[in-house]
Design a protein around this ligand. Sequence first.
Ligand SMILES: Nc1ncnc2c1ncn2[C@@H]1O[C@H](COP(=O)(O)OP(=O)(O)OP(=O)(O)O)[C@@H](O)[C@H]1O
Ligand SMILES: [Mg+2]
Length: 334
Amino acid sequence: MPNQENDTIIELKSVSKRYGFGDAESYALRNFDLTVKRGEFIMIMGPSGCGKTTLLNIIGLLDKASTGEYILGGKDVSRVSANKKARFRAKEIGFIFQSFNLVPNLSIIENVSLPLIYSGYRKTRRLRMADNILEHFHLREREYYMPYQLSGGQQQRVAIARSLIANPSIILADEPTGNLDSRNSHIIMEELQEIHSLGNTIIMVTHNPALTTYATRVINMLDGEIDTDIKTVADSELPRAGKGEKVSVKVLPSRKPIEMEIISDDDVVVSGKKVSTKKDEKESDKAEKTKKPEKDSKAKKTEKAKSDSKKKEKDEKTKKTDDKKKESKKEDKK
Ligand SMILES: Nc1ncnc2c1ncn2[C@@H]1O[C@H](COP(=O)(O)OP(=O)(O)OP(=O)(O)O)[C@@H](O)[C@H]1O
Ligand SMILES: [Mg+2]
């Protein structure tokens, strides 16, 4: 049984983030305490502005706390240099954002290889690694596309590939499914679940309560503080890579590709489960509804045309009989 103390990967002690001074002073985080074990899948929820993104940015070393202590992997990182933080971030932390954050003027393969910049590998090796991971995500044939040429779901899969390429042990995801439809959200969640099952630690922000079924712990935040904190899986049950072994994504060659089959425009089977997009169904319903009046109006038009032509025939007949009558009257007079 691994030592519980050594299983702690993230520790925030009374961390506060303050913006502004004097009258304009406000706190995005207030005396925030958090201990995260390796292998946890934490979902952070809470109303807009309660400090979720601020928390992720501090954990991911993208932002600095105003006060408090941050211990990451047993090291106090509260006061390390910016350069050291950048290196640590590139090696240990993978980020996934709501808006994908791909670099627009770099190709997909270049985007994915970006986190390897601190790896010491030559560019050709970095690109080869990116090519491998893109194959795993079924995106190899698009690796020389530019980000704008990909759909939202594809861009987010590229962003996940990028977040994993340096074999990080922590994945931070800020509303990763926020810009996706239900089908793509499901695909992304299945990916995250698999990454988690390999023993990685995931902290994800979401506004969607339905997604908490994937989590081992759900934290609700309110005004920069923890409101509720519920673990749904005991620490001893958390996935781990093995005693004493560094827990990290073994991505890629050893990973099983997710089984995904598109069975129609609206339905896809992911790992044996059929997923259909409600949005699409509603849209097709709407389309049906808008089609119907069209049909009705067509039918009305043909009916009107028929009755018009009958009326015309009738008018012509009455005109002819009138003419005949007039002619016979003329002849009578003669
Ligand atoms: N650069 C900044 N300057 C001043 N205040 C800021 C800054 N960044 C964030 N804040 C404030 O900190 C608070 C927390 O913001 P944060 O982005 O963490 O919220 P959030 O929970 O992620 O919200 P959302 O669900 O809308 O993404 C907000 O009140 C916000 O106005
Ligand atoms: Mg946010």
